[in-house]
Design a protein around this ligand. Structure first.
Ligand SMILES: [Zn+2]
Length: 324
């Protein structure tokens, strides 16, 4: 009798004891799902508004339901209706200055006009916010970069490298890109893509001419272009516009640096939303250890996980809370 009472009390202590321990532990941590659920990411960017982009590139991307980024020279846009169509189809238009001049020829006043003036022209023409910028000839000066930072969310630079999500020192106004060249063999592009997949990085392509172009720099053959697309699509790589992927990565890094304040039955995450951040950036997050006995709330709305137990949160809110 005494013995069974002891075991009864002992098991009661185990049950209540363990539940008390659980209640006192810290809230489970949320982590970001890398690249929206893919192994790696890539963005195809095209420069200068070459007509071959309308004739060949965009139809090819549309056929595959891939979106690209097209950096246009604001004072040299031909076939505007077709660029409007491209935006409707989901492609991104970026700022490539007014006149595509060499950086060392610009006065401070010119720098302002080339960056801010061009952005105004493009926004007025297309009626959409312009988030991204690309430096002509990849020539970056402090004066240009200063205006770009004041007006844009991100800019593509020219450094020949992949972007790693672990790199906490990314210069968002000089994001590295790899350049296609007429003489490079397919093996080279294949190795970029393989390296990207293996390391879980972001590969930004800088593409100019395609075979048949009237004026594009360093054209590559149409066959080479479609081979690159085929190879990208054979991998678990998230293919998105420069701003789409870039904003996910910026959101990811910002979320990982969030401050967490826990009190009682609630823990509140706060993170920084950078200037000029596009609206409706959705970041996928999940609990490190599968299911957690807490709810995720944003702006007084509960976020329900999807079938993969991921929560799609609105980054622009700058906060979320976990509730028991
Ligand atoms: Zn250019």
């Amino acid at each position: 009798m005494k013995k069974s009472l002891f075991y009864f009390l002992f098991s009661l202590w185990l049950i209540t004891g363990s539940s008390i321990t659980q209640a006192q532990t810290a809230f489970p941590l949320l982590k970001v799902v890398p690249w929206n659920g893919h192994k790696a990411a890539t963005s195809l960017t095209f420069d200068d508004g070459d007509p071959i982009h309308l004739d060949v590139v965009i139809p090819e991307l549309n056929r595959r339901q891939i979106h690209g980024t097209f950096f246009l020279i604001a004072n040299r846009i031909d076939r505007k209706d077709e660029w409007h169509q491209a935006i409707k189809a989901g492609h991104e238009i970026g700022n490539h200055t007014l006149d595509h001049l060499h950086a060392n020829t610009l006065t401070p006043k010119d720098e302002n006009a080339q960056v801010v003036g061009a952005q105004n022209v493009l926004q007025k023409e297309f009626g959409v916010p312009i988030y991204s910028f690309a430096y002509p000839f990849t020539e970056i000066t402090p004066g240009l970069e200063d205006w770009v930072e004041k007006t844009s969310f991100m800019a593509r630079g020219g450094m020949d490298a992949l972007v790693s999500p672990q790199d906490k020192t990314i210069d968002w106004f000089n994001v590295p890109a790899k350049v296609t060249m007429t003489n490079l063999p397919f093996d080279t592009y294949q190795s970029w893509i393989d390296h990207d997949t293996q390391s879980g990085d972001w590969l930004v392509w800088m593409i100019h001419g395609i075979e048949g172009t009237p004026w594009g720099w360093q054209p590559i053959s149409r066959k080479m272009f479609t081979q690159i697309l085929d190879y990208l699509q054979s991998k678990d790589i998230w293919i998105g516009t420069f701003t789409e992927i870039g904003s996910y990565l910026r959101a990811w890094q910002s979320f990982e640096a969030a401050t967490i304040q826990a009190s009682g039955s609630e823990a509140v995450y706060h993170w920084v939303v950078p200037d000029h951040c596009p609206m409706n950036v959705r970041l996928k997050v999940c609990f490190a250890q599968g299911d957690a006995p807490v709810q995720v709330w944003q702006n007084d709305q509960q976020i329900v996980p999807d079938a993969q137990r991921n929560y799609k949160i609105l980054f622009n809110q700058g906060q979320l809370s976990l509730r028991r």
